[in-house]
Write a protein that binds this ligand. Structure first.
Ligand SMILES: [Zn+2]
Length: 340
């Protein structure tokens, strides 16, 4: 039994985080979202170099393809290795055979010079023909000048902005600061604490598993008029899993919920990367219906065709040796963990 669907899209990912699993414990146990950022993610991103990033992106792209995800919308930060980082990610994904929409997350956390270098990496990559959005980490780590510069750069280049919005309490002021800037082509990640009448334009990327992992609360995406898509926020790109979790979070909040809204969020991701509608994923299960998928574990892609090329056959990637990618990624993970 098998059924075929278009390619899955991960609407918010951090490919740089693929090597983090198994890292040494942080110096203290984080007790809040702010501390999770400070004690884990902002130590990790400062430790990355381009070689680690390459194998992190290779592993993340491989794991996406193995789950039938043919496009990743990535949000990247590596403050000690900014220049060229988006090209490293794009090349790794191309090698595996997965589409990627890149963005460098601009922030003032490392001073005005760091923000400027981040903006410049977005400008360089996009103006050289790279596919992407202008990235902004989040309003709460950016000055108004930086937010305006990023929005202006995006307008000049004809793309949207990919930004974390109201993921946790520290970003509560974001809606007022972003409202004059957002447009329909913006991608707003999380929106957990975003009021539904905030007047922000753009697609909201809902990341239910990550939100639970960070203890930031439930975004309750049915309340938004904006389009809603599903992301992983860096925890792989297994979009059937994200769908199942999105459904369960919805159901946990409202026992009358059906799987259809969560399935519509999964499908809405394709608007961000329209070519995925022509990708063909043949699954180990039939029918690929939301009610079935919500309650059937272990559904896997057996074949993926992208632009007429078979990039996954019998469940194995055709362009890269998965064992070699995993071995090289493990080597780079050891380097990263040693720095931490
Ligand atoms: Zn994120």
């Amino acid at each position: 039994m098998s059924a075929t669907t278009p390619g899955m899209v991960c609407a918010h990912h951090h490919l740089y985080s693929a090597l983090v699993r198994g890292m040494p414990p942080p110096p203290a146990t984080p007790t809040s979202f702010s501390e999770i950022l400070e004690l884990i993610w902002w130590r990790v991103d400062r430790s990355l170099d381009l070689e680690m990033l390459r194998w992190s992106a290779m592993l993340g792209a491989l794991e996406a393809l193995e789950q039938g995800t043919t496009a990743i919308v990535d949000h990247h930060e590596s403050p000690e290795a900014i220049e060229g980082s988006l090209s490293v990610i794009a090349e790794a994904c191309a090698e595996v055979g997965v589409r990627v929409v890149c963005a460098y997350g601009v922030t003032d956390r490392h001073g005005a010079d760091g923000a400027q270098r981040g903006l410049e990496e977005n400008r360089r990559f996009l103006s050289e023909g790279g596919r992407g959005l202008v990235g902004v980490h989040a309003a709460f780590t950016c000055s108004d000048d930086t937010l305006e510069a990023a929005a202006g750069l995006a307008t000049d280049l004809g793309v949207g902005v990919h930004v974390h919005v109201c993921e946790g309490a520290p970003d509560a002021a974001a809606p007022q600061r972003l409202a004059p800037l957002t447009r329909d082509d913006w991608l707003l990640a999380h929106g957990v604490h975003l009021p539904e009448d905030a007047g922000l334009a753009g697609t909201i990327a809902h990341n239910p598993r990550s939100n639970m992992n960070n203890g930031v609360g439930y975004a309750r995406p049915v309340r938004f008029d904006n389009p809603v898509a599903l992301g992983s926020d860096g925890i792989g790109a297994a979009m059937l899993d994200e769908f199942r979790i999105a459904y369960l979070c919805h159901r946990h909040d409202d026992v009358t919920a059906t799987p259809e809204p969560a399935w519509s969020w999964l499908e809405a991701g394709r608007a961000l990367v329209p070519e995925t509608a022509d990708d063909e994923v043949t699954w180990s299960y039939d029918p690929m219906d939301p009610w079935h998928i919500a309650f059937t574990p272990g559904i896997r892609p057996v074949r993926v065709v992208r632009d007429g090329e078979v990039v996954l056959a019998d469940g194995r990637p055709t362009r890269v040796d998965p064992d070699e990618v995993r071995a090289k990624a493990a080597e780079q993970a050891r380097r990263l963990h040693a720095r931490l």
